[in-house]
Ligand binder design. Structure first.
Ligand code: F0G
Length: 454
């Protein structure tokens, strides 16, 4: 297995705890078998998410001291605007407190009862906002995207024929927008090729439908474009970002992921579109020059955006994830292939083939891995779906346990420890049983629902 090389050194550290196994059992039971409800002090490796937990660079931290704290017209916001202009080339920028706040605004502005939002694949918060506004989400990811094991380099790609058919079926006037999710989160952080993204934008243009790029996971995606797509090999990362921004009507992102800080933003070349969204910012987020972000975070994000152009930085997530995936795959653990961005994803329907969707195999493996190693992953299966309007369960296409890889946070020995604990769970999978709800919230239930062993 090719050893990934850290292109940074560690200068600030945080102490970790590794509780004894009996205490871990108590902790997960106290958390209703939901890893979101664990306390960080009880966790050795926190692989819940890469959101807001990536290590910041020295330059990001330094920039936080130069923040210009003012309600309106802050120089800090101008620096963010310059960073976005450099990275995407776009003129207009609306700040928001995080990615889902951008989704809230886009849904409020463009989704009407009966309209449809077409996308390669949904993300949890995206879908919740669209359905809240009375819209429907239709997914048109290529069928290869849902095959757990494949050697397709771009499993997040749209099926362009199905995209066109879907627009025609609903009628372009009923399509709120087509959303391209870079680094498709819920199917294993799988990238979309540049060719496919540009083709989607062309289809939208042809039908007069708006195109929206969710760029939250774009930096991993750009790494994969550079390393897996021939036409990108000799392009600079900046050329790729600019090409995309030139073609898409709107780009939004969570800067907890893109930019390694807090907050989020919407950006575009299109002045009138941005004007139609502007009024929502003071209503929901804050004034136009901070949008709910604190100024120190805005400084860090501005620097983080410049850093997202640097292959030495953006390679770190994908290369460490690739190492973990290969380690697990070589041992025979069912894992999503090829390795994507964001993290490694265990295929829990193959780990526990006897367990039906409504006994939540991915949540069961998540609880087991915490007990086995003090490692916190995130259920990305049926628990993370929302029930249909008639109350029936919507079974996830893939029952995944995501082991996110916060960038530049874990050393290789910790990644090896993680592989060792996952292998132990795989070897002892007969010990794992199903789960049932004891408390099931109506909205985004995976965040704070509780379950017990059946
Ligand atoms: N879009 C994508 C692709 C995301 O991965 C996320 C967040 C969001 C939008 C929402 O952004 O959290 O800033 O409101 N993903 C996190 C995760 C929560 O753990 O995968 P947010």
């Amino acid at each position: 297995n090719q050893v990934p090389l850290e292109m940074h050194k560690v200068r600030v550290v945080q102490k970790l705890n590794l509780l004894p196994v009996e205490k871990r059992l108590q902790a997960i039971q106290g958390a209703g078998n939901n890893t979101f409800l664990l306390q960080n002090k009880d966790i050795y490796m926190d692989m819940l998410t890469d959101s807001g937990v990536n290590a910041m660079s020295d330059e990001q931290t330094a920039a936080m001291f130069t923040a210009d704290d003012s309600y309106a017209g802050s120089e800090t916001f101008n620096r963010l605007r310059r960073a976005v202009k450099e990275v995407f080339g776009t003129e207009y920028l609306l700040p928001a407190h995080q990615g889902r706040a951008c989704e809230n605004i886009l849904a409020e502005a463009f989704v009407k009862p009966g309209s449809v939002a077409i996308m390669n694949f949904h993300f949890t918060t995206t879908k919740a906002h669209i359905t809240r506004c009375g819209g429907e989400v239709v997914e048109v990811v290529d069928s290869k995207g849902l095959q757990p094991q494949s050697d397709d380099p771009f499993k997040g790609n749209f099926n362009l024929d199905v995209l066109k058919e879907t627009i025609e079926q609903y009628g372009p006037e009923n399509v709120a927008f087509v959303r391209v999710e870079a680094g498709t989160n819920l199917i294993g952080g799988q990238p979309v090729s540049l060719e496919n993204m540009l083709a989607v934008a062309d289809v939208c243009h042809k039908y007069g439908v708006m195109s929206v790029l969710d760029a939250s996971l774009l930096q991993d995606n750009v790494y994969f474009m550079k390393t897996r797509e021939a036409q990108c090999k000799y392009m600079t990362t900046k050329q790729i970002y600019h090409l995309l921004a030139d073609k898409m009507d709107i780009i939004y992102f969570s800067s907890r992921k893109l930019g390694f800080g807090r907050g989020g933003a919407i950006t575009s070349h299109n002045e009138s579109l941005m004007k139609s969204l502007m009024e929502f910012i003071p209503l929901y987020e804050g004034f136009l020059t901070y949008g709910g972000m604190d100024v120190r975070s805005i400084e860090a994000v501005a620097v983080g955006l410049y850093e997202s152009l640097d292959m030495d930085y953006i390679s770190q997530g994908p290369e460490f994830i690739q190492y973990l995936v290969k380690e697990l795959d070589d041992y025979g653990v069912p894992v999503i292939k090829p390795a994507g961005g964001l993290g490694a994803h265990l295929n829990c329907s193959e780990i526990l083939p006897e367990l039906p969707h409504n006994q939540y195999p991915a949540a069961a493996v998540a609880a087991a891995l915490y007990i086995a190693g003090g490692i916190r992953g995130m259920e990305r299966g049926t628990v993370s779906e929302q029930r249909e309007p008639d109350g029936s369960e919507r079974y996830a296409e893939l029952e995944l346990l995501r082991l996110a890889m916060p960038r530049r946070v874990f050393t290789l020995s910790q990644v090896k420890y993680c592989a060792d604990r996952v292998k132990w769970v795989w070897d002892n999978r007969d010990l794992i049983g199903g789960l049932q709800w004891t408390e099931e919230p109506k909205v985004l239930r995976f965040f704070f629902g509780r379950m017990k062993e059946i």
